[in-house]
Ligand binder design. Sequence first.
Ligand SMILES: NC(=O)c1ccc[n+]([C@@H]2O[C@H](COP(=O)([O-])OP(=O)(O)OC[C@H]3O[C@@H](n4cnc5c(N)ncnc54)[C@H](OP(=O)(O)O)[C@@H]3O)[C@@H](O)[C@H]2O)c1
Length: 255
Amino acid sequence: MDIGFIGTGGISEAMIRGIVGCAEHKETVLVSKRSSERSARLAAEYSTVRVVDKNQEIVDRSDWVVLAVLPHQAERVIERLQFRASQTMISLVAGLEIAALRRHVSPCENICRMIPLPPIEYAVGPLPIYPRLSEVGSFFERLGTVVPVDDESCFNVFSANSALMANFFEWTAAQARWMEEQGVPSESARCYASAFVYGLATLVNQAPTEQLQGMSEECLTTGGLNEQVLTESRKMGWFEMLRPALDSVLRRLQG
Ligand SMILES: NC(=O)c1ccc[n+]([C@@H]2O[C@H](COP(=O)([O-])OP(=O)(O)OC[C@H]3O[C@@H](n4cnc5c(N)ncnc54)[C@H](OP(=O)(O)O)[C@@H]3O)[C@@H](O)[C@H]2O)c1
């Protein structure tokens, strides 16, 4: 199964590294010449990756087509292309609904939306898929945690939540900065902060999902340091502050 990418941006690169580098997909991966430095680098690194000049040629030569251009570019790009009924289209484009995709890529009807995140490069991370096309779901199980979504309005909620990525990196970096301010050498502070989030994320990932809401309480000792920080953070409205930001991202996605 040959996979073509329309748009060779950051998320396409992460997916290709996951698909070819981690999942060892042996068949051809076609990428657009756009972002020429990135597409050339991928082709130089992986013998199965080929750079193609025209989007129509990518569609013509692919069994699965991944649409990975920016939201404001997407409809203009696909309305010019001719798809086949036998193809599968996977759209990564935030906010572009299945009905609109269907109009543009007819007669192709095997269409789904997916939200890969950069750690797909290492075959980890969530992969919401709507609707769950079984062959796409099975393929991507090797590349992360497939989360089938039954309802398109819920799919937008996953998109909105993915907007927390930059916050997570900033939260991690802020810990290292604070340790440095207290006199910890930079290298030790950065090393500690990275291992700290990795260790805790591993625990979250290993725990049954029903335990998620109780994990913060479970790691507390009454009167202990974690209890102190959690209580103070709650008093400051730390966790409630996320809500308006996420609500507003969701409204933006819903148009
Ligand atoms: N980044 C993420 O973590 C993430 C996660 C999930 C979903 N998404 C979605 O994935 C899509 C891509 O995101 P991104 O972060 O990878 O964006 P990006 O880095 O800006 O990549 C966009 C790509 O589209 C290319 N492009 C623009 N017009 C084109 C055209 N007419 N034909 C072919 N290629 C064209 C650009 O090429 P040039 O550089 O040459 O202009 C670039 O390679 C977005 O719709 C986003 O919502 C992103």
